[in-house]
Write a protein that binds this ligand. Sequence first.
Ligand code: GRG
Length: 296
Amino acid sequence: MFESRLAAVAARIEARLGDHLSGDEGALAGAPDRLLQAMRHGALGGGKRLRPFLLIESAALFGLTEDDVLNCATALEAIHCYSLVHDDLPAMDDDDLRRGQPTVHKAYDEATAILAGDSLLTLAFALVAGERALPAEARVEIALLLARDAGAAGMAGGQALDLAAESTELSEAEIARMQALKTGALIAFACEAGAIAGNAGADERHRLRRFGEIIGLAFQLADDLLDETADASQLGKAAGKDRARGKKTLPALFGIEWTRRRLAELVAEAEGVLAPFGDRAEVLIAAARFIAERDR
Ligand code: GRG
């Protein structure tokens, strides 16, 4: 049930991204063909689309439909895809493959990959601004939150801390901060943006943010656990490099059993935060479980 709902949202995000990246309309009308192709390469044909799913389901808690927030959800996925395109660059993780395909700089070239990432990031703000079903104040608030959570005080800042960690050892608390920004900020944004779109009260909005932060932690922990339990042949190049560099992760420090227990605790905490919503939060709770127990 949960997986089919996720697949349905993923298909809609794929279609909406595809429409925008055709370059036939909106902010991308008239963009150079090769750049559009590189953007499509980086954004289409793969990915779980979890972040837009969380945004849509958070908004649904307040009675909004998928159509009401589809552009905001697509914007979030565009930013996620930009981050992956840039993360794969030689100056960052230097990866050849992403989602089973050559990375954008391998399929095109480095400069084009930088520009494709830049353009996906920029597109995101046009999509939020154009979310016609939402009042203008909500669009502005979501855009400001997105700027914080994707930028230097959020995901990009977390990436900077991660890169700096290659030359210094991080403490457990520093690892947690880096991950909360690098991976957690966009996931927390997804849930809080749904609450803003739904005109939630302060307490409800705070609960959605907190839920997002908790499942963001679980997401990263599950990712590190997948790397830790994979044998060398299953490891992606990035994870293999991380392991070779001796990069510290919590599963590497505390072991697999500790990690599984911690994941179960995080799911229970996430459930507690959403308890006041009762059965309405069922899909979000299922998402938390999926994130903690995922095998991909
Ligand atoms: C370059 C500004 C900038 C930021 C990069 C997100 C990120 C920051 C780097 C990605 C590196 C990485 C593999 C992090 C681990 C967690 C993560 C974000 C995994 C990929 O997300 P999924 O599993 O990917 O949602 P799909 O392919 O499903 O979209």
